[in-house]
Design a protein around this ligand. Structure first.
Ligand code: HEM
Ligand code: 2DC
Length: 469
């Protein structure tokens, strides 16, 4: 017999004292480890209430399958109040990230065609390949300047620029030139604003932004400043393309980028296009750059694997005669490496849905409308789901095995990451370029842990040494 919802184990009865313990454990920074701890204490399902939001947490792939089958036609995630409050406060439209219901679906369908459908990848590859090429040139220059035939550095700032240049090139169909020696202070400001926006969101997951705004809290002011900076820069880029398009209508066969394609398609209002393009631009920086940094870190820690990947890339290059699009189909281990990175270092600690129908998980009844969270970080590190979870083994993702509801770094279904194809292409090409040109090494073998700043980031700077092959 199915047990009732009220019997699900967990610390959900006293939310205020939970908030207090949470605070004491520095829970804001450690959500991912607290979730692991909770699964160890309560088993594969537990209920939780912290501050104003209540959820059921699950960890097993089979249960994830049940969750996503119950997501309905309009899948809905946990609403990040800080983000919607800002839009309401400044009277700006929601893009796909924040919309829900039919409004979300109708926008998302149109965006899918231009951003994530397989047919656009061919347009993205040459653009992104050029950015990868420029990154290599830049690193060679840095190595030369060091006078030591190597370059030891915290690559994160370079990777932020690489990621922003990549996503901008695809969105606007033209280069911003971020990999040149001179960096426009406005662009640096934009990058800083994204990091601040994520960071200042965290406390507002638990304390209502409306309250913080009323008391004039610093975190709310920081958050507003951050989004203002993001929207100002995105507006400048969008205006620029819009003006160009009006002057020279109908380009000569060249792929014009996502924004111009959407404008010419004319199925979304300009305000809606602006809202979603801004979200794409802001969502495309910290996510891919941090995933690449973690991947380089893992490659530096596993030199034999690095050589194996290099061999795969070299063979793919020969077999495809340098055709990059073709080449991307011949690097399964490299793709496995990215999946392995997202298993151990997911950008999102959890995936969530408000379920659209009643379900039964682990023999407990869960009523329709409940917020159910899949603990992505905890799942990736569970030995019952991934044997020897502490080992970085890209080969576990080769197509010979089944990966039923295990590869969820980008989410799942119609509400999955809209930037997925851009992210994957951009990251694969980056690694191909790096492996073709450099060897990555690391000084000491110390484990770097994650810290939660809305997305998971390395707790300490990662220092890598890059040498020409
Ligand atoms: C949503 C992960 C890169 C834009 C999401 C979600 C995840 C995710 C887990 C929620 C999906 C769900 O609820 O099922 C990642 C990871 C990335 C990445 C791991 C890179 C390693 C990007 C990039 C962009 C982007 C490069 C923009 C170009 C978005 C947007 C949404 C989203 C707009 C909301 C989609 C919607 O609500 O319909 N991402 N993302 N992401 N991501 Fe990403
Ligand atoms: C954070 O408890 C932890 O892709 C919360 O590119 C639940 C939660 C809700 C939504 C998640 C968020 C977490 C992590 C960051 C995500 C976000 C949805 C989209 C966003 C996963 C797990 C991200 C990074 C987007 C960001 C777009 C940008 C314009 C803000």
């Amino acid at each position: 017999t199915v047990r009732p919802f009220s019997e699900i184990p967990g610390l959900w009865k006293n939310s205020l004292s939970n908030l207090y313990t949470f605070w004491k454990l520095d829970g804001f920074r450690n959500i991912h480890r607290i979730m692991v701890h909770n699964f160890n204490t309560f088993g594969p399902i537990y209920r939780e209430k912290i501050g104003y939001y209540e959820s059921v947490n699950i960890i097993k792939p089979e249960d994830a399958a049940i969750l996503f089958k119950a997501e309905g036609h309009y899948p809905k995630r946990l609403r990040v109040e800080a983000w919607t409050s800002y839009r309401d406060y400044r009277n700006r439209k929601y893009g796909v990230l924040l919309k829900d219901g039919e409004d979300w679906r109708s926008n998302r369908v149109i965006l899918n065609r231009e951003v994530i459908s397989p047919k656009v990848q061919g347009n993205f590859v040459p653009l992104l390949d050029e950015v990868g090429q420029d990154f290599v040139t830049r690193v060679h220059k840095k190595i030369e300047r060091s006078g030591q035939n190597q370059w030891t550095t915290d690559l994160s700032h370079e990777l932020f620029k690489y990621a922003l240049e990549s996503v901008s090139t695809v969105l606007y169909g033209e280069r911003l030139g971020l990999l040149l020696d001179y960096i426009d202070p406005e662009v640096q400001h934009f990058i800083d604003c994204i990091t601040l926006m994520f960071k200042s969101t965290c406390p507002m997951l638990y304390i209502p932004p409306s309250l913080l705004r009323r008391v004039g809290a610093k975190v709310w002011n920081d958050h507003v400043k951050a989004w203002d900076g993001i929207f100002n820069q995105a507006d400048r880029c969008i205006q620029n393309i819009y003006r160009q398009l009006r002057k020279e209508s109908g380009a000569q066969g060249k792929y014009p980028g996502v924004l111009a394609s959407l404008l010419m398609l004319d199925r979304l209002s300009i305000e809606e296009i602006k809202a979603s393009v801004t979200e794409l631009m802001a969502g495309g920086v910290d996510t891919t750059s941090i995933t690449l940094l973690w991947t380089l870190y893992e490659l530096a820690r596993h030199p034999d694997l690095q050589e194996e990947l290099r061999a795969e890339v070299t063979a793919a290059r020969t077999a495809s005669q340098g055709d990059r699009l073709q080449m991307l189909k011949m690097v399964p281990l490299l793709k496995g490496a990215l999946k392995e990175t997202l298993r151990l270092h997911p950008v999102a600690v959890s995936l969530q849905r408000y379920i659209a129908e009643d379900i039964v998980i682990q023999n407990y009844h869960i009523p329709s409308g409940t917020l159910v969270q899949l603990g992505l970080y905890a799942m990736g590190r569970d030995h019952r789901i991934f044997p020897h979870p502490e080992q970085y083994l890209p080969s576990r993702w080769l197509p010979t095995e089944s990966h039923y509801f295990r590869s969820l770094g980008f989410g799942f279904g119609p509400r999955q990451c809209l930037g997925r194809r851009i992210a994957e292409t951009e990251m694969q090409l980056f690694l191909i370029h790096m492996l073709e040109n450099f060897r990555i090494q690391k000084q000491r073998q110390v484990e770097v842990r994650s810290t939660f700043e809305l997305i998971l980031l390395p707790k300490k700077p990662i220092l890598l040494t890059i040498k020409p092959l």
